[in-house]
Design a protein around this ligand. Structure first.
Ligand code: PEP
Ligand code: MG
Length: 546
């Protein structure tokens, strides 16, 4: 047995024979052409056919993976129409008298390199899309057809890399899983695989040609592939696969259904995200929106302070991708366990009780304003709410709102658009905030309870300290009472109250939270359908048996 490791893009198991998927090697010559007008016409003809192909792929992806995922092929069709891309190709043909193949390959590689050099992982991954569309034109120009490479038997494909268009073109009834040496978890190929529930391993560097035809298991839970697995291992992984399939089938039936109890109460079940790379999971798991966008991950992914424009693009992408779904954005909660060198934060004895989140934002006003301006500008592109973390006093909430108002006034004066009606909320994650929830509710539009910190601060238990795990009881009555007090206070003042900490996903508490009157639960995307299943089985008109 041989074990290869990589990055898993889906928690699942694929079992079957490996098939090496090798594209035909085509040589791109730098041949000179005399009749450049005829060469441009040949390119234009291939480009038009490539656009038609992308439209057909859109229809196929729409049927197999849904609207959100299929959209990439609309984007590809637009990229094929992009003036910069088309002009660059024509310039090479006309200016350098080179053949269309050389021009397409050169312009495609250049544009892909520009994307690959970008800081933002999402934009970096777009480099694969450029290579994909350039390859589509090249295949048409060279009369190459890769359609038969998949073979006729169900298999786990092994490739250097797979383009989104190749993945969509494949016969899914024969595609058990795939393993690639390259690839990124933000690529559309990865997003497609996740949405079509295909276990896949990327960045698996030990791929070998002699794997062809061998029996293997892709174990997405442990990010590895077992080639020629032992009979015992094969048996246990088959069992796990069957259990997964049963669970999956039951959960898939819940997609598109409402989060409504048997007696008719509906609440929001939202997902938590850290950035654009999590948006696929929100869609795949049918979350109604995002209840917590942890924006500090935007900062953690940068080597220096992210500029207003950089942040604007990052937030706008998320908002646009999820519109019209609501996205509740939490302002930067950096500090404690989440630090970046460029902020030069001092070492502290008690970081969880220290200089973090809103405390940093209120004392480094320019830093705060950069984010708030970026957020407000992005709010014009979707359905955004903003909330402030780690609030312990009315003064902090009022001060944060005053800075937000200052940013609004600046943007109005600059003629920049933003959502004037955007909701502003408070995270309730300290006992102090619970105890003054009535006052806070007067000053904001919603509460979102961060149960991770609320448990830490209520029980005086450092959430980072593994030694304290035996003492950690997230069902502690004090925490549950604090949650109930917060919901009651919010409702007394007519505002909605959600839970966005880990407890939101705890199905043992779903009924308790519904009986407390919670309006929204936000959680890791994978928990959305299991929580929906529980909600749909609860009858609040009957007394609780808990
Ligand atoms: C929480 O504290 O429950 C919360 C949602 O915020 P974080 O886990 O990011 O601190
Ligand atoms: Mg918190």
């Amino acid at each position: 047995m041989q074990v290869g490791t990589g990055r898993s893009i889906l928690n699942g198991i694929a079992i079957g024979k490996l098939k090496i998927y090798k594209k035909k090697d085509t040589v791109i010559s730098a041949a000179e052409v005399a009749d450049t007008a005829a060469e441009v016409a040949r390119f234009e003809d291939a480009r038009a056919k490539a656009i038609d192909q992308q439209t057909a792929l859109y229809e196929k992806a729409l049927a197999e993976a849904g609207e959100d995922i299929a959209e990439v092929f609309n984007i590809h069709a637009m990229m094929l129409d992009d003036d910069d891309f088309v002009d660059a190709i024509k310039e090479i043909i006309n200016g350098q008298h080179k053949c269309a193949e050389y021009a397409v390959k050169t312009a495609g590689d250049n544009q892909a390199a520009v994307f690959a050099a970008m800081d933002d992982p999402y934009l970096q991954a777009r480099s694969a899309d450029v290579i994909d569309i350039a390859q589509a034109i090249l295949d048409i120009l060279q009369g190459v057809d890769n359609a038969t490479l998949q073979g006729t038997e169900p298999s786990i494909l092994v490739a250097e890399d797979l383009a989104p268009s190749e993945t969509v073109r494949m016969d899914k009834s024969l595609l058990l899983g795939f393993i690639t040496r390259e690839g990124s978890s933000n690529s559309h190929t990865a997003i497609l695989a996740r949405s079509m529930n295909i276990p896949a391993l990327i960045q698996c560097k030990v791929i070998q040609d002699d794997w062809d035809g061998k029996m293997a298991v892709v174990d997405g839970y442990n990010a590895c592939v077992y080639v020629d697995p032992t009979p015992d291992l094969l048996k246990s992984l088959k069992k796990r696969q069957q259990e997964d399939q049963k669970k999956q089938a039951l959960l898939q039936e819940l997609k598109g259904k409402s989060n409504t109890t048997l007696d008719g109460k509906t609440i929001n079940v939202f997902a938590n995200i850290g950035g654009m790379s999590d948006v696929g999971a929100v869609q795949q798991n049918d979350a109604d929106g995002v209840g917590l966008f942890r924006t500090e991950f935007v900062y953690l992914n940068c080597k220096d302070f992210p500029t207003e424009d950089y942040q604007f693009e990052a937030y706008k992408q998320v908002l646009e991708s999820l519109a019209p779904r609501k996205v509740v954005v939490r302002t930067c909660d950096i500090g404690a366990d989440k630090t970046v060198d460029y902020m030069k934060l001092d070492h502290e004895e008690n970081p969880a009780l220290g200089y973090r989140a809103i405390r940093i934002c209120l004392t480094r006003k320019d830093f705060f304003k950069t984010q708030l301006r970026a957020l407000l500008r992005a709010s014009a592109y979707g359905n955004m709410s903003i909330m402030f973390p780690m609030i312990t006093s009315l003064r902090e909430l009022q001060d944060a709102k005053a800075v937000l108002d200052e940013c609004r006034a600046e943007l109005r004066a600059e003629g920049k658009k933003f959502d004037e009606k955007l909701e502003v909320g408070t995270m309730i994650e300290t006992p102090a905030a619970v105890l003054i929830a009535d006052e806070l509710a007067e000053e904001c539009d919603f509460f979102s309870i961060g149960t991770n910190d609320l448990t830490q601060y209520t029980c005086a238990l450092d959430r980072q300290n593994a030694k304290l795990e035996p003492f950690f009881n997230p069902h502690h009555p004090a925490v549950l009472r604090a949650i109930k007090m917060t919901i009651d206070a919010g409702h007394r003042h007519g505002i909605w109250v959600g839970i966005c900490g880990e407890l939101g996903a705890d199905t043992a508490l779903t009924e308790t939270f519904l009986r407390m009157g919670v309006d929204e639960l936000s959680m890791n995307a994978k928990s959305v359908l299991p929580v929906r299943k529980i909600i749909r089985s609860i009858d609040l008109s009957k007394p609780s048996d808990k």
